[in-house]
Design a protein. Structure first.
Length: 142
């Protein structure tokens, strides 16, 4: 198992054992487990990631395809956008979601809010400047 997969497996296990709360680099941060199918393999994958809750709609969360500031988009992003749907575990609840990619001013506003709350996201944007714009996905409960 790769180091990244092993680290994700530990975060997933901790999330599930502690009703959606984890320690380490994610301690205190809002975290969801995103379930998505490989667009080529068809296999189900689970990816832990930070999210931003919608300001007024509790059935909407935003996730950020930052890949830690890497120059390429993460596979989970390509899988979700290809499928247009997936599911998430949030706290102790699991539910289906539709996927909508934010663009333009709406994307910029949501990303700026995340970067203000969690400065690591501002650093990811600096690292990818001129290479790619970090995608923001709206996941809406169905």
């Amino acid at each position: 198992m790769s180091e990244a997969l092993d680290r994700n497996a530990k975060v997933i296990a901790e999330f599930r054992a502690n009703e959606g709360r984890v320690g380490g680099v994610f301690e205190g941060a809002p975290l969801v487990l995103v379930h998505h199918r490989g667009r080529k393999s068809g296999r189900e994958h689970v990816s832990p990631m930070m999210y931003l809750p919608h300001e007024t709609a509790p059935d909407i969360v935003y996730v950020f395809a930052s890949k830690g500031g890497a120059p390429t988009d993460p596979d989970w992003y390509r899988n979700l956008t290809a499928a247009g749907e997936g599911s998430i575990e949030r706290g102790t609840a699991t539910y289906r979601v539709t996927v909508h990619e934010l663009i333009g001013a709406e994307r910029d506003r949501v990303y700026a809010e995340q970067a203000q709350r969690y400065p690591g996201f501002a650093e990811y944007a600096r690292q990818t400047a001129g290479i790619r714009v970090i995608p923001v996905l709206e996941l809406r409960q169905t």
